[in-house]
Design a protein around this ligand. Structure first.
Ligand code: ADP
Ligand code: ASP
Ligand code: MG
Length: 417
C-alpha cells in the first residue's frame, strides 16, 4: 500500500524569523500546511544578523580561533529559533518540539566550520510526525564523530533542510525566503529579473557555486543526488499552503521536466574574489606545480587561472581566490619565492566575477562571444576568463558589477516583459 499523507519539509531563512512577529507568522504558515493534511518537519535558520554577530565575536577575540569553539558559538543562533518557533506553534495549538543536530542525530565529518553531512537517522522524526507532532530542527548544525558540535558553512540551513527531506523521504522541500522564487539574476540588483517557474538541478548548482546565494551550493548538490524536489518561495506572501497542484515558487527539477529550454538560465555575480599575479617567472616545466602546490597545502582554493608569456623567456601567472584566502595566499607565495623565483607579486581585491549559466551552451556556439561583445560595448575590461560546459565567467573591476549584470541580462534576452 502506498503512503499518501504528503510529507513536507519547510525551511525558513534568517529574515523569515527575524523577530517574534515573523516567528508568529511562520507558525501560522506551518499550521496551514499541517491543516492541509500534511506531515511537516521544519528547519530554521538563526534570526537575521545573529550568525554574523556570533562570527564577529569569535574573530574579535582571536582571528585564529579554535574552529571547534567557533562551531559551539555560532550554532547557538539556530537553537534559539527552533525553541521559539516550537513555543509559537504550541501557543496556537500545534504540537511541536525543537530538535538540535546531535539529538536527531545529524552526523557530519569533523571539518569544523564547513562540515559535510554523513548520515541522518530519520526514524525518530518520522515516528513523531506520524503521531502528529511537528519537529522544529535547528538548521546549520550537526555532530562530529567525536560528539562535538559542527556547522555546515554559511547558508548551511538549506543543506540541513534538503538532507532532512532525503532522510525522511519527504515529497518536497520548501525553502521559504525573502524573495518569491529563483530569478534569472539577483532581483535586488536587476529590477527586470524574471522569476523562473522551473530550473534544472545542474543550472542551479552552477549558479549557486558562482555566487547566487539563494540556495547553498551543497544543498543543490545533495538535492540532485538524492532526487529531492526543492521549491524556493516567499515567507512574506500570504496564501493557501502550497500543494502539488499549486506551487507558487520556483522548482528545481530534472532537465526533462523543462519544456521551454532557454539558452541561458541565469546570471550570477560574486564579490568574494581576489586576483593575484605572479610576474616575471622563469618559463620552465614545473612552474605551475611550484606555485599551486604550496597554495593547496595552505588550504587556499584557486578558481580562475591564466598564464601569459612575457619577453625574455619569462612568464606571468594570474589567478583568483576568495577574498578570505588572500592573506594566506600571499603568505604562501612569499614563503616559496626562492623556489618560484618570481619578479613581483601584485594583488587586487577590487574585482567581481560575473557568470552566465545555461545548459543551452552545450549545443549552441556564440554564448561566450555575446558576453565579450556586450562588455566591450560598455568599455568594461575583462581581466580573466574561465569556462565550463555550461558556464562562462569573467573577472572585471568591482565598480562595473551592476552595469555588467544588467547589460548581460538584456543581451541574453532575459529581461521581464
Ligand atoms: P535566507 O536568509 O532565507 O537563507 P538568503 O539571503 O541566503 O536568504 O538568500 C536569498 C537572497 O538571495 C535574496 O534576497 C536575493 O537577494 C539573493 N539572490 C541572489 N541571486 C538570486 C537569484 N538568482 N534568485 C533569487 N534570489 C537571488
Ligand atoms: N545562520 C546560518 C548563516 O547565516 C545558516 C543559514 O542561515 O543558512 O549562515
Ligand atoms: Mg540562505
Amino acid at each position: 500500500m502506498s503512503r499518501h499523507t504528503p510529507r513536507i519539509v519547510m525551511k525558513f531563512g534568517g529574515t523569515s524569523v527575524a523577530d517574534l512577529d515573523r516567528i508568529r507568522a511562520v507558525a501560522e504558515k506551518v499550521r496551514k500546511q499541517v491543516e492541509a493534511g500534511c506531515e511537516v518537519a521544519v528547519v530554521v535558520s538563526a534570526m537575521s544578523g545573529v550568525t554574523n554577530q556570533l562570527v564577529g565575536y569569535c574573530q574579535s577575540l582571536s582571528p585564529l580561533h579554535d574552529a571547534r569553539e567557533y562551531d559551539a558559538v555560532v550554532a547557538t543562533g539556530e537553537q534559539v529559533t527552533s525553541g521559539l518557533l516550537a513555543i509559537a506553534l504550541q501557543t496556537i495549538g500545534v504540537e511541536a518540539r525543537s530538535w538540535l543536530g546531535w539529538q536527531i542525530p545529524l552526523r557530519t565529518d569533523a571539518a569544523h566550520g564547513k562540515a559535510r553531512i554523513g548520515s541522518i537517522d530519520g526514524d525518530a522524526l518520522v515516528e513523531r510526525m506520524q503521531a502528529g507532532q511537528v519537529p522544529i530542527i535547528a538548521g546549520f548544525q550537526g555532530v562530529a564523530p567525536d560528539g562535538r558540535i559542527t556547522t555546515l558553512g554559511r547558508g548551511g540551513s538549506d543543506t540541513s533542510a534538503v538532507a532532512i527531506a532525503a532522510a525522511i523521504g519527504a515529497d518536497r522541500c520548501d525553502i521559504y525566503t525573502d524573495v518569491d522564487g529563483i530569478y534569472t539574476t539577483d532581483p535586488r540588483i536587476v529590477a527586470r529579473a524574471r522569476k523562473l517557474d522551473k530550473i534544472t538541478y545542474e543550472e542551479m548548482l552552477e549558479l549557486a557555486s558562482v555566487g547566487a546565494k539563494v540556495l547553498q551550493t551543497r544543498s543543490v548538490e545533495l538535492a540532485m543526488k538524492e532526487r529531492v524536489r526543492v521549491q524556493v518561495l516567499s515567507s512574506f506572501v500570504d496564501g493557501p499552503a502550497p500543494s502539488e497542484g499549486n506551487l507558487p515558487g520556483s522548482l528545481v527539477v530534472d532537465e526533462d521536466e523543462i519544456v521551454e529550454k532557454e539558452l541561458v538560465a541565469g546570471i550570477a555575480y560574486s564579490r568574494d574574489e581576489a586576483k593575484l599575479s605572479v610576474r616575471r617567472i622563469p618559463d620552465r616545466p614545473g612552474i605551475a606545480a611550484a606555485i599551486f602546490g604550496p597554495l593547496t597545502a595552505a588550504n587556499v582554493n584557486v578558481d580562475m587561472i591564466v598564464q601569459s608569456t612575457g619577453a625574455d623567456g619569462l612568464t606571468n601567472m594570474t589567478f583568483t581566490t576568495s577574498r578570505t584566502d588572500l592573506a594566506r595566499a600571499i603568505q604562501s607565495l612569499e614563503a616559496s619565492r626562492d623556489v618560484i623565483q618570481y619578479g613581483e607579486l601584485v594583488t587586487d581585491d577590487d574585482v567581481v566575477k560575473i557568470s552566465v549559466v545555461g545548459i543551452g551552451m552545450r549545443s549552441h556556439a556564440g554564448v561566450a562571444n555575446l558576453m565579450f561583445r556586450t562588455l566591450s560595448d560598455r568599455n568594461i575590461n575583462i581581466q580573466v576568463i574561465s569556462t565550463s560546459e555550461i558556464k562562462v565567467s569573467v573577472l572585471i573591476a568591482a565598480e562595473y558589477a551592476e552595469l555588467a549584470v544588467r547589460a548581460l541580462h538584456t543581451a541574453y534576452g532575459l529581461d521581464a516583459a
